[in-house]
Design a protein around this ligand. Structure first.
Ligand code: HAM
Length: 424
């Protein structure tokens, strides 16, 4: 006898049973509907990408978490950990032919060899919406608005989540003002992105290891206590009036108010984002109770296309994973929230009624109904118990008397009401 194989999926990978697919479809349906409502066009690509495109030397986590391998021709390839580099590559390849701004969307399966914690797997589906070729802050407003719309379509409200918005450029200006030299900013961003994931003492140690003086480390932590844009304005003093980063954030909040979703936004100078390609406004969505990891995150990345050899092109977008939002929905709406009764179960008592059952199922399907036809004769108790547990809305069980009368009984499984249905 052979060795017993494990029935578990590889660690960090998920199986989707039908009961899981109901949730996944609910989430994906909201992603697609929100993208379509906001005028984003779908695109796609293969999950296998060139390693060189994805590999980064910025010391950021995602670059270190890539699943990669050599194919039989020694090509170095990888499973994508995110979609943004692939999107940049696809745009760069056809930059002359495409008409900008592009508004593109996809749901991409992504792989990251990361430490498994709540809300973090080694494989996830990530909804991406990106606007490429637009410098106006209205692009940020449109992508955040679409993501909030998706959350609303899933059944959540601004009481359940908030999008925390900041700007790397603004943080850079504030750091500069407090005496942290520009060549240290990238290192400060990386350290501050770890906030909440490791104690502040370890973050201080990281900054000190990078050569930042004690007094500057203190200032960095003071900056994080600037709780609103007015406090930042006051901190910047005279420089505030010429700050493009500040005026962009002002415009973002004002446009969000006009569009009617300002209640979903908060300013939070502590939002940095782990990926090094962001250049301006950055944002991350969290549940208001602070129970889960980030629901979605994104920002402006104006240099990514030039980094990979394309023409300079402003870009903004976000990635919204399926893992955290499903946990959040189950917790806020209840595990049964997706269970809705649908379709008609059709069964029969003896082989003599099989033809009548097949005929009825075909004509119901032809009229647009979803029909689950029993595959063999059954006792009524067994048929109705299966129809009930499979969440059928209605059921018809054909017995010898029904066949004789030429009519069966179409039963509503919730109200128990019955109506006659013709079998001929
Ligand atoms: P990210 O913050 O690395 O950004 O990921 C975006 C979202 O993907 C997270 O907020 C989370 O919902 C989900 N996610 C990421 N890693 C995992 C994981 N291991 N398990 C489950 N869910 C995960 C990006 O990837 C950027 N490329 C987003 C972007 C698009 N920026 C501009 N355009």
């Amino acid at each position: 006898m052979g060795e017993q194989l494990s029935f578990d999926a590889p660690r960090g990978m998920r199986d989707f049973y039908p009961s899981d697919m109901i949730w996944r479809n609910k989430v994906f349906d909201a992603f697609r509907a929100a993208a379509e409502a906001a005028g984003f066009q779908p695109y796609d690509s293969c999950v296998v990408e060139n390693y060189d495109l994805l590999a980064r030397k910025a010391g950021e986590e995602v670059g270190e978490q890539i699943y990669h391998f050599y194919d039989k021709s020694e090509r170095h390839i990888a499973l994508r950990p995110e979609m943004t580099p692939t999107l940049a590559r696809m745009v760069a390849q056809k930059q002359k032919e495409l008409s900008f701004p592009l508004k593109w969307t996809t749901i991409a399966q992504c792989f990251r060899y990361e430490r498994m914690t709540k809300g973090r797997k080694r494989e996830h589906y990530q909804w991406n919406i990106d606007i490429i070729g637009e410098d106006s802050v209205l692009a940020e407003v449109e992508v955040i608005s679409a993501a909030c719309d998706a959350l609303r379509r899933m059944g959540l409200s601004s009481a359940d989540f908030k999008v925390h918005v900041s700007s790397r450029r603004l943080l850079g200006e504030v750091l500069e003002r407090s005496g942290v030299p520009a060549d240290r900013h990238a290192q400060v961003f990386l350290a501050l992105d770890k906030r909440g994931k490791m104690p502040d003492s370890e973050i201080s140690a990281m900054l000190a290891d990078g050569g930042l003086e004690e007094s500057l480390i203190e200032k960095v932590f003071q900056i994080l206590s600037l709780s609103d844009l007015e406090a930042v304005r006051a901190y910047l003093g005279e420089e505030a009036s010429s700050s493009k980063a500040l005026s962009d954030l002002d415009a973002l909040f004002s446009l969000a108010a006009t569009a009617g979703f300002a209640d979903c936004l908060v300013f939070d100078i502590g939002v940095i984002r782990g990926l090094s390609y962001y250049t301006g406004i950055v944002f991350e969505c969290f549940d208001t109770k602070g129970e889960f990891r980030a629901v979605f995150g994104g920002g402006r990345y104006d240099n990514l296309l030039t980094t990979i050899g394309g023409e300079p092109t402003g870009a903004v977008g976000l990635g919204f994973g399926d893992v955290v939002v499903t946990e959040l929905l189950k917790s806020r709406l209840g595990e049964d929230a997706v269970l809705s009764r649908k379709g008609i179960a059709v069964g029969f008592m003896c082989d003599e009624q099989r033809d009548a059952a097949v005929k009825l199922a075909s004509s119901l399907r032809a009229s647009g109904e979803a029909v689950d036809l029993s595959l063999r004769a059954q006792k009524p108790k067994k048929f109705f118990s299966r129809a009930d547990s499979s969440n059928a809305a209605k059921a018809v069980f054909i017995g010898p008397d029904d066949l004789e009368r030429g009519f069966g009984k179409l039963k509503d499984l919730q109200t128990r009401e019955e109506v006659e249905i013709c079998l001929t």
